[in-house]
Design a protein around this ligand. Structure first.
Ligand SMILES: Nc1ncnc2c1ncn2[C@@H]1O[C@H](COP(=O)(O)OP(=O)(O)OP(=O)(O)O)[C@@H](O)[C@H]1O
Ligand SMILES: [Mg+2]
Length: 246
């Protein structure tokens, strides 16, 4: 098998972010230098208020940095117009949030199909099959015709993951996806993210919990807006286990 060189998907150089409320500047991110390759499963971990969601919003094109450089798939994002950024957002990235944000009194399959309505790459006749493929991937085949409010919290989050998957994005961002779940449902959700990673998806997880972060193969620690540690020992450990098995 030919081993492909890892390709940089996300690259930031000296990225800074401040929020401005009238005349008051709140600096939140400082000199963020980051490279994330296609196919990685990365956790961004840090205490409340350290800037994790802010960084995720910038990497996912929901917000823009105050200074510095952000390249996505080798292309600078600085000169892009609002429309171009919106197009990158709708075709290349998906989000899973702590609160599942499903449409209530709407079936699982309709919730999962929703992003395809705005997705130019999918023919209307292909939507149901695409949605079912994503629903199967999160183990909810038997629940596809249930209403979202007839599901448990863990099942609702799995629907949200299916909805994130359905457009086949370059990267899935998950911000505290287990934050509203009991520990067993949270573990199940993390196992699904691990399975998706093994199938080749790029996943960027934001969490303040060590046990959740340890499902990833790399943990970027953020403190007061600074990256203080970039720990790849999990990937090395997994790689050495694989080698021992050979
Ligand atoms: N719109 C805003 N205006 C001003 N300050 C903001 C704004 N949004 C966030 N902040 C500040 O930026 C800092 C980082 O916030 P952020 O939401 O990125 O933290 P977080 O690490 O995701 O925290 P949590 O774990 O609680 O979700 C906080 O101090 C917060 O008060
Ligand atoms: Mg947050």
């Amino acid at each position: 098998m030919i081993k492909k060189e890892p390709a940089p998907l996300i690259e930031t150089k000296s990225l800074f972010k401040s929020y401005f409320n009238e005349t008051i500047e709140t600096p939140v991110l400082f000199d963020i230098n980051l490279r994330i390759d296609a196919g990685e499963f990365v956790a961004i971990m840090g205490p409340s208020g350290s800037g994790k969601s802010t960084l995720m919003h910038i990497l996912g094109f929901l917000d823009v940095p105050t200074a510095g450089h952000y390249h996505f798939k080798g292309e600078s994002t600085e000169e892009k117009t609002e429309d171009e950024l919106a197009r990158i957002r709708s075709t290349n990235v998906s989000f899973v949030f702590q609160s599942f944000n499903l449409l209530p009194r709407t079936t699982v399959i309709d919730n999962v199909s929703l992003p395809l309505l705005y997705h130019s790459g999918t023919r209307p006749s292909d939507r149901p099959a695409r949605a079912m493929k994503a629903i199967n991937a999160v183990g909810l085949t038997e629940r596809s015709t249930y209403l979202s409010n007839q599901l448990s919290g863990g099942q609702q989050q799995r629907v949200a993951i299916a909805r994130a998957l359905v457009t086949e994005p370059e990267v899935i961002f998950a911000d505290e996806p287990t934050g509203n779940l009991d520990s067993a449902s949270g573990k199940h959700v993390m196992e699904i993210l691990q399975k998706l990673h093994k199938e080749g998806h790029t996943i960027i997880l934001v969490t303040h919990e060590k046990t959740t972060a340890e499902h990833a193969e790399r943990i970027i620690h953020i403190m007061d807006g600074h990256i203080v540690k970039d720990d790849r020992s999990f990937a090395r450990r997994i790689a050495s286990q694989v080698k021992e098995l050979k």
